[in-house]
Design a protein around this ligand. Structure first.
Ligand code: NAD
Length: 367
């Protein structure tokens, strides 16, 4: 089985961190016969500079043909005044839309060596391993009617519409239940059924799917405001949280900060699946293009490398390889090797490429 990977490094630190991902993929090709073919294309500001668009048609067709797209980051002050439809982020939005990436997965995993990097107490986050599944293509960010109306006399009305149909709720819930079966078998579904009809529908559709197909998985329903509170009070009560676009946007950022640094957080955006393997998928670090540290060789590549581990797990179904890569990263951190963003008094500060070296060396030790 061979795989096609499209790397879109983008702007700022994107190319710096994706260079290390490329080296890791090649290690897997050489040492464990991954057989992945890598292609490159531009996205974001650099694509705008070259093609006057945030993503070209050539890049889009390569993305559609790929088994996985690995995305760096886009944006930066240079493109702040670019017309709205061609701004760097438009490249990412087009990819999400055209590949129909409706499920956004954000794990919040606490590496033992980084337990002190969190703002929360050690006992609250030690051993934490949860995942938030956010609906990404529907809800209030896309619902109609929307806009700003002029009501006259200086008064205006801003409108957005929260709207979900049964099939949208069922397909995202299905992703959450399938994931839970491979993890700790628990799904928490979060909405605001007490004040929103769309929340009531969400609750009913998730319950219906659970009764019909997933009664072996534990299901609990939690109001979104309480879910935010519980995430910082006792996050280890969760396994998989499934929620809509709006609440997912907020809850996944809360969960992200449980574990400390932005430089450590991977994500996956998934579309259609066949036999449990996601055939449309994009993997990216949660962080942006970090223009403040661009070109200094100090960016942390681990969020991007961990995103590749997610690709191994969800697009290639190479679970052992995904575990191997996560273990190698954990061992690097245990050895006290850190990029500046996650450094402590007793750790050794290393550069972006030295972090790539360290991951590869720990991988080689493990096989
Ligand atoms: P950011 O995530 O780029 O940076 C926030 C802070 O975290 C900065 O101090 C940065 O140096 C640090 N940081 C981020 N990633 C790091 C890493 N891997 N290693 C070490 N330190 C890291 O967010 P921002 O500053 O708000 O945005 C900068 C640009 O990125 C903007 O143009 C924004 O629109 C864009 N952005 C893009 C994406 C994306 O491509 N998906 C996401 C968020 C922001």
């Amino acid at each position: 089985m061979s795989y096609k990977i499209l790397i879109l490094p983008g702007d700022g630190i994107g190319p710096e961190v994706m260079k290390e991902v490329d080296r890791v993929i090649n290690w897997f090709n050489k040492e464990v016969n991954l057989s992945a073919e890598i292609e490159y294309e531009n996205v974001g500001g650099i694509s705008y500079d070259l093609n006057k668009t945030a993503i070209s048609e050539e890049a889009m067709s390569l993305a559609k043909e790929s088994d996985a797209v690995l995305f760096g980051a886009v944006g930066g002050p240079k493109w702040d005044n670019v017309e709205y439809e061609n701004r760097p982020e438009a490249g990412l939005l087009r990819l999400r839309k055209d590949l129909d990436l409706f499920a956004n997965l954000r794990p919040a995993l606490c590496f033992p060596a980084l337990v002190d990097a969190s703002a929360l107490k050690k006992e609250i986050i030690e051993g934490l391993d949860i995942i938030i599944v956010r609906e990404l293509t529907g809800g209030i960010y896309f619902g109609e009617p929307r806009g700003i109306e002029d009501l006259g006399s200086g008064n205006r009305r801003g409108i957005n519409t929260q709207v979900y149909e049964s099939w949208e709720i069922q397909r995202i819930a299905e992703v959450a239940f399938e994931l839970a079966r491979k993890r700790n078998n628990k799904v928490t579904s979060s909405e605001k059924r007490n004040v929103m009809e769309s929340g009531l529908l969400w609750n009913e559709e998730v319950t219906k799917l659970h009764n019909e197909k997933y009664s072996d998985v534990e299901l609990e329903h939690m109001l979104a405001d309480n879910c935010g509170m519980q995430l910082v009070r006792w996050p280890k009560q969760f396994d998989v949280i499934v929620t809509d676009n709006l609440f997912g946007d907020m809850l996944s950022d809360v969960a992200a900060m449980l574990t400390g640094s932005l430089g450590m957080l991977p994500s996956a955006s998934l579309g259609k699946a066949s036999n449990g393997i996601f055939t449309n998928a994009l993997y990216e670090p949660v962080h942006g293009s970090a223009p403040d540290i661009e070109g200094q060789g100090i960016a942390n590549p681990l969020a991007s490398i961990l995103s590749f581990a997610m690709a191994l797990r969800y697009s290639f179904s190479r679970i052992d390889d995904a575990n191997l890569l996560e273990k190698a990263i954990s061992n690097v951190l245990e050895a006290g090797l850190r990029t500046k963003d996650i450094s402590t008094n007793d750790s050794k500060v290393i550069s972006t490429s030295e972090m790539g070296d360290a991951v590869i060396s720990k991988l080689s030790e493990l096989i």
